[in-house]
Design a protein around this ligand. Structure first.
Ligand SMILES: C[S@@+](CC[C@H](N)C(=O)[O-])C[C@H]1O[C@@H](n2cnc3c(N)ncnc32)[C@H](O)[C@@H]1O
Length: 221
């Protein structure tokens, strides 16, 4: 659904410490491709949690990947998670956390589901640096109001650290992230028979000046 979730899951997990048997929440997993990747690559047990994609649809994909019993599809809204506090060893979110996590108070709710010392990782569209009120002029023709939820690594570091609830170990941009994002859009546009759609044009015009994929990893204090 987002820019290739498996590439993002790979880049995020490279800077996390996932080990076999760990319990991992994949928050906003969409079609659960990142959940399947993490289960296969690291031998972790994943709760593939999403709002828009039905869990029975994800269960079919999980079964095809022969991961029933290791990847558990869950239907839940991000503010009403059906899990016990301290249940997970790690929380992961790919292309989704900015839909609910820009609220100052959200981390206080979300972080309670990971054990103390456990990891919280996010990868998603973001900015190289914050702008004041208007987006950079070269992006104005493409700008949609909800891009206001895209933020820079520095913004996210501050957003999380000011709660005092976590220690941020990584806040950066995925190396080559904007190229991955563009390549993904080009492939999707081609597949849909509509090459050169707006988002790909925007990414090509920007060429990594302002847009990229933001990566964050923190530990719960
Ligand atoms: C752009 S999609 C990304 C999905 C997938 N992780 C990927 O990268 O392909 C954003 C996902 O966030 C989820 N999402 C958005 N708001 C949510 C909320 N309030 N609670 C739970 N999930 C939410 C949606 O269900 C959707 O699947």
């Amino acid at each position: 659904m987002g820019p290739n979730p498996v590439w993002q899951a790979e880049a995020l997990s490279e800077v996390m410490g996932l080990e076999p048997g760990m319990r991992v929440l994949d928050m906003g997993c969409g079609t659960a491709l990142s959940s399947i990747f993490l289960a296969k690559e690291y031998g972790v047990e994943v709760w593939a949690t999403d709002l828009w994609i039905k869990p029975d649809e994800n269960l079919r994909r999980v079964a095809e990947a022969q991961l029933e019993g290791q990847v558990h599809p869950i239907h839940a809204e991000a503010h009403a998670l059906p899990f016990a506090e301290d249940f997970f060893d790690a929380l992961v979110s790919i292309g989704a956390y900015h839909y609910f996590g820009t609220d100052d108070l959200y981390l206080g709710y979300y972080s309670r589901f990971v054990k103390r010392g456990g990891q919280i990782g996010v990868s998603q569209p973001g900015l190289v640096a914050e702008y004041e009120t208007l987006p950079p002029p070269h992006l104005a023709p493409y700008w949609k109001w909800d891009f206001c939820a895209w933020h820079s690594p520095t913004w996210w570091r501050r957003h999380w650290e000011k709660t005092g609830l976590v220690t941020v170990d990584v806040a950066d941009q995925l190396p080559g992230g904007w190229q991955d994002w563009l390549q993904w859009n080009q492939a999707c546009d081609q597949d849909a028979g509509t090459p050169g759609r707006e988002e790909a044009q925007m990414l090509r015009t920007d060429a990594g000046q302002s847009l990229g994929l933001t990566r964050l990893v923190a530990r719960r204090n």
